[in-house]
Design a protein around this ligand. Structure first.
Ligand code: SF4
Ligand code: SF4
Ligand code: SF4
Length: 239
């Protein structure tokens, strides 16, 4: 138990903040998390169904509530391990194990993973859980305040076609940044590349940005087919 707690602690409070600092939340959500992998495969065909707009952006805060619940459960769980005969230990056992609706199979497997996690893919896109409810994402949004990750836009190439925004399954209005030439640093971004890849004029590039919005550098690995073609024409390497 203590070993797993130590591993979890190092992963959650050391490894993840470090990778977010350099690559953004998408380094975990796009490259590591198996739920994200499922969202990008089974849910990918539904990415355009994610709702956009300020009202839906306020719903993003549900994840903070789940994070608070998870922290509460973690603390009570640890107390119940260390002091099983205490009031908290006994109450934890009675509530979470004694009442069927709170057991793992019903609550996590069926409700969260089954109905919210997969079932809503077909109505709100594959990232519905990631955007609105994931407690780890809510924690990573705090770390993302210190991230240098950004999607950099070359304003003069933007034709305001809205393709980038329409393919974003995290509900981010990328066009609103791109046609102003501003870097996009929304912590909701899971670095799926869809906006960069779909832009018909090659406006967008993954990169690093400081807290003033100044561009520190661009990723060498191209995600934009338009930029790849431009580099190929110029006879430069695209990797
Ligand atoms: S938001 Fe949560 S569930 Fe989704 S990919 Fe990230 S860590 Fe995984
Ligand atoms: S479409 Fe673009 S902004 Fe949206 S999650 Fe993917 S990489 Fe991030
Ligand atoms: S897809 Fe490209 S050209 Fe179209 S609005 Fe987005 S950044 Fe501009």
């Amino acid at each position: 138990m203590w070993l797993w707690l130590a591993i979890s602690f190092v992963q959650t409070f050391v490894v993840i903040p470090l990778i977010i600092r350099r690559w953004g939340k998408g380094a975990y959500c796009g490259w590591i998390c198996s739920c994200g992998g499922m969202a990008e495969t089974l849910g990918d065909a539904h990415r355009h169904k994610m709702p956009h707009g300020p009202v839906w952006n306020r719903v993003n805060m549900i994840g903070q509530g789940f994070l608070a619940v998870c922290l509460f459960l973690l603390v009570t769980r640890m107390i119940s391990w260390g002091f099983p005969d205490s009031f908290v230990g006994s109450a934890y056992t009675a509530v979470l194990k004694g009442i069927p609706v709170f057991n793992y199979t019903w609550f996590i497997d069926l409700l969260f993973a089954g109905i919210i996690g997969f079932g809503l893919y077909f109505h709100f896109s594959g990232r519905v859980w990631c955007r609105f409810a994931c407690p780890l994402a809510a924690l990573m949004h705090i770390y993302a305040r210190f991230s240098r990750f950004g999607i950099v836009a070359e304003k003069k190439k933007c034709i305001s076609c809205n393709v980038c925004t329409s393919v974003c399954h995290q509900g981010i209005d990328i066009m609103n940044f791109a046609n102003k030439g501003l870097p996009m640093q929304d912590p909701e971004c899971v670095r799926c590349s869809a906006c960069v890849q779909s832009c018909p004029t090659g406006v967008l590039t993954f990169g690093r940005v400081n807290s003033n919005g100044d561009v520190l550098g661009l990723d060498r690995l191209q995600a934009s087919p338009v930029q790849m073609a431009e580099l190929t024409v110029k006879g430069k390497s695209v990797a």
